[in-house]
Ligand binder design. Structure first.
Ligand code: PRP
Ligand code: MN
Ligand code: MG
Length: 187
């Protein structure tokens, strides 16, 4: 048994689901960017670490050459809801002007992080900016963020695992599960 079984209500996206869907998304992106010289993946730390690693490798099997960059922004802080206040904790290391950029996210929840990020990247004169996210919650439709590639639409519950945290924990779980309310209710 796993140590985290007590904290997780149920798994909603398994390791296997992620592997299969990531491969499908990579094939789709490879086809759409077949004419591009290269694709610049911008992973959003820290949540996207697992998906970035797996998606980049999957794309490497089918698509144009990949380059990898990271940005760190934070909107959740320690809580379970988005504050809407986005802070840059780590900026891009290089110029993205003229590049085909794909933002790699673990989850689009309110969409606030992404809508802010897309404006920011557009101001840096990228050739194109698209988004691939493993997960999307229903609230995301309220903010008009164009998310081109979505792995799974999931219900509006607090999920952790595969990069997603609650108070910096659970990122290492191999799949995505619903956290028991008793966990974030206790202090
Ligand atoms: C989480 C998640 C997304 C964002 C989604 O990041 O990884 O980046 O929130 O929320 P939104 O659509 O409501 O803006 P968080 O700010 O918790 O930082 P982290 O990736 O380091 O956990
Ligand atoms: Mn994040
Ligand atoms: Mg977080």
């Amino acid at each position: 048994g796993s140590w985290y079984a007590d904290d997780i209500d149920r798994m909603i996206v398994t390791e296997e689901d992620i592997r299969t869907r990531t491969d499908e998304l990579a094939k789709q992106v490879a086809a759409d960017f077949a004419d591009s010289e290269s694709v610049l993946l911008v992973g959003v730390l820290k949540g996207a670490i697992m998906f970035m690693a797996d998606f980049a490798r999957a794309l490497g099997r089918y698509g144009p050459p990949v380059e990898v960059e990271f940005m760190a922004v934070s909107s959740y802080g320690q809580g379970t809801t988005s504050s809407g206040v986005v802070r840059i904790l780590k900026d891009l290391d290089r110029d993205i002007a003229g590049r085909s950029v794909i933002v790699v996210e673990d989850i689009v929840d309110s969409g606030l992080t992404l809508s802010w990020l897309l404006k920011y990247l557009a101001s840096r004169s990228a050739k194109s900016v698209d988004v691939v996210t493993l997960l999307r919650k229903p609230d995301a439709v309220r903010v008009q963020v164009p998310v081109r590639y979505v792995g799974f639409d999931i219900p509006s519950e607090f999920v952790v695992g595969y990069g997603l945290d609650y108070a910096e924990r659970y990122r290492e779980l191999p799949g995505v599960g619903v956290l028991k309310p008793s966990v974030y209710g206790r202090s």
